[in-house]
Design a binder for this molecule. Sequence first.
Ligand code: DX5
Ligand code: ZN
Length: 219
Amino acid sequence: MKKILISPSILSGDFSQLGNEIKKLEKAGADMIHVDVMDGHFVPNLTIGPPVIKSLRKHTNLPFDVHLMISPVHRYIKNFAEAGSDIITIHPEATDNLDESINLIKSLGKKVGVSLNPNTPINIIEDFLSKIDLVLIMSVNPGFGGQKFMPEVLEKIKKINEIKIKKNMTFDIEVDGGINFDNSKSVIEAGANILVSGTTIFYDNKGDIKKNIDTLKTN
Ligand code: DX5
Ligand code: ZN
């Protein structure tokens, strides 16, 4: 059986307590920490930037899975790398030259992720798959936590997984948006091996994050 990793999104955490939230997530069995960076331009919401990531770095040894929803992204990649990101995920629409941005992330010694919005087709990234460590499939339109999972993306997860198997590739398939106990199984069956979750992890079962992480993994 493939190993399922959980990447809780701190977007649903208490922003006045982020250091403690991350420690709690680590203790509860999180595999990495998903950091949603939004610029009020690429998406209609604003969150945090490199200084916050830098100050959170000392609170955990877990990898920081940094999801950049900012445009133009290229000029900020170095700042996010230096702040302590481990995986840097970008959207193809947010850069003039996807190849250059991928190469920059790799040259900084970080894992590179590329994210596909619900309406973005796989063929945009197909030529780059051999250089990518992670494909992040959005199952909501990015911008806000707490949105409803779009079941039509299951087909896309299946397709990217088929390509991965056919070409004998090893990239992770991560899915982000509206993941809950009802859909996690179908997302995993479709081919995902990393689940992002904010609302379910922080609010389900009266905020029992350990139980919620365990249930997402084993459901
Ligand atoms: C959406 C973000 C997600 C989101 C996940 O733009 O990328 O990471 O916050 O949160 P839930 O699980 O609440 O959909
Ligand atoms: Zn995200």
